[in-house]
Design a protein around this ligand. Structure first.
Ligand SMILES: Cc1cc2nc3c(=O)[nH]c(=O)nc-3n(C[C@H](O)[C@H](O)[C@H](O)COP(=O)(O)OP(=O)(O)OC[C@H]3O[C@@H](n4cnc5c(N)ncnc54)[C@H](O)[C@@H]3O)c2cc1C
Length: 429
């Protein structure tokens, strides 16, 4: 039985929106994505993402580009200061936001890019797919069983659409979630992530070799870094053309967040100081504070990063208590529903899980022999809420363990245990 919605509007054209859009289009729904960013070829800051089996499954079934999508890493290195390191059998697929975005766009609405110059044609049975850039959603109304979404274009013109289903995939600061007045816990973690990339060709061969084919987690005093290779947005995987990407989690020095978020022109940003705008003196003092305690390859990587390629972001998280609204005609997915702290590296994977779960609600993932059966919207909401809450708390435990003090650490561990026990008790009732 298929419950597939015939017409769908998706708010937010990043990875969660595109994963859901491609899935629905391939199953015959007509999909419009409304994205506030006016640029079709979007910049990802060339930073990396990791993904897992759910994204892999969606690409295997619905991606017709025939392109390589990731670097398959089979292990993860843990390094403790300059003292010791070990290798764990933790497999991850490593890619860049830019490449995944371009691959999904090529399949969704045939966007040509340097990565996918010849997008694949639609399949027989595909629905219509439209990606409208520069459309900022401003209102959502539910009257007499009909959902109307209003949006404003770059030139200020207002317009609206109706649909059988609206998917809010508009990220951490979700407008859809705000319009629905959905109860949400949204918090600043107390620390930031510094990020950057270096082309392999700009590094000594020994440094490239050290980081090749796997993520490295480097723990220092009250701070840690994650470094791994990723393809550039152009989608090349040839050795020598990759980028080495790093993320460095640490509290702002002397707790001075406003200074850290003030760029070199004197403007103070609310969340991110983009690449190219970092005050070079702040970055130089940040680097100097810790460089000597980093393992030598990590120190080489960071000191080889051009200051113009460095950016800094406040680490926030958010947990919304509900995923389904307006009698099942509006759902929240991806970061709009739960934004994890990035330590668990599962944001995109989580969005893909939401999509495959909704596939079961829509009757598209029915595989009797494998125990994959249909579920109701209510069951889907319970599942994504429970999983989201556990991972949200786990991401806090990991973050505070890597960056925070012992008191905060035991505080979040206690919160995690309460959520696990609460989940078990709810399951018994
Ligand atoms: C440009 C960009 C680059 C990124 N790069 C990385 C990266 O390198 N590494 C990484 O780990 N994660 C990155 N992320 C975050 C990552 O995509 C997400 O954490 C994860 O994939 C889940 O994404 P999401 O689609 O739920 O939310 P997001 O990726 O946050 O996307 C939300 C989308 O909704 C749009 N939007 C918000 N409000 C409105 C509105 N009112 N109307 C219309 N559109 C709206 C936003 O412009 C955005 O495109 C990036 C996100 C973006 C947007």
């Amino acid at each position: 039985m298929s419950n597939l919605p015939k017409s769908v509007v998706i708010v937010g054209g990043s990875l969660a929106g595109l994963l859901h859009g491609l899935y629905l289009k391939r199953h015959g729904s007509n999909v419009v994505i409304l994205e506030q960013d006016p640029n079709s070829i979007r910049s990802s800051h060339q930073a990396g993402i990791a993904f897992g089996p759910a994204v892999q499954e969606i690409l295997a079934k619905y991606d017709d580009t025939g392109m390589q999508s990731c670097i398959p890493a089979t292990s993860t290195r843990i390094a403790y200061r300059r003292s010791w390191e070990l290798s764990l059998n933790i497999a991850r697929r490593l890619t860049s936001w830019g490449l995944l975005y371009r691959t999904l766009r090529a399949n969704f609405d045939g966007l040509a890019s340097e990565a996918v110059p010849n997008p694949p044609p639609p399949r027989a049975g595909d629905g219509k797919a439209e990606y409208r850039s520069g459309k900022k959603v401003t209102d959502l109304r539910y009257d007499n069983g009909v959902i109307t979404i209003s949006f404003v274009s770059q030139d200020g013109t207002e317009d609206s659409l109706t649909a059988d289903l609206v998917i809010g995939a508009d990220g951490l600061h979700s407008t859809v979630r705000t319009l629905l007045q959905a109860p949400t816990v949204k918090e600043y973690s107390g620390y930031v992530s510094w990020r950057g990339t270096v082309p392999e060709k700009d590094l000594p061969p020994a440094t490239v070799q050290y980081f090749s084919n796997r993520p490295t987690l480097s723990f220092l005093k009250g701070t840690y870094l994650v470094c791994y290779p990723i393809p550039p947005d152009t989608g090349t995987f040839t050795p020598g053309t990759l980028l080495l990407n790093w993320v460095w989690y640490c509290p702002p020095s002397k707790g001075d967040l406003p200074t850290l978020l003030t760029d070199r022109t004197g403007h103070t940003h609310s969340n991110t100081v983009p690449a190219g705008l970092i005050n070079p003196a702040i970055w130089a003092s940040q680097l100097a504070s810790t460089l000597e305690s980093m393992p030598p390859p990590v120190a080489t990587l960071l000191s080889s990063t051009k200051p113009s390629a460095v950016f800094v972001t406040k680490v926030n998280d958010a947990l919304c208590e509900r995923a389904v609204f307006c009698d099942g005609k509006v759902v929240l997915v991806g970061d709009a529903l739960v934004t994890f702290r990035p330590h668990v590296a599962v944001a995109t994977e989580h969005a893909a899980r939401h999509c495959l779960g909704l596939g079961r609600v829509w009757g598209q993932e029915h595989e009797e022999g494998k125990g994959v059966v249909m579920m109701t919207m209510g069951e889907w909401e319970r599942e994504v809420r429970g999983y989201g809450e556990r991972v949200w708390m786990a991401s806090r435990v990991l973050g505070v363990w890597g960056v925070g003090g012992w008191w905060e650490f035991w505080g979040v561990v206690w919160g995690f245990v309460r959520i696990l026990v609460g989940g078990l008790l709810r399951g018994r009732r």
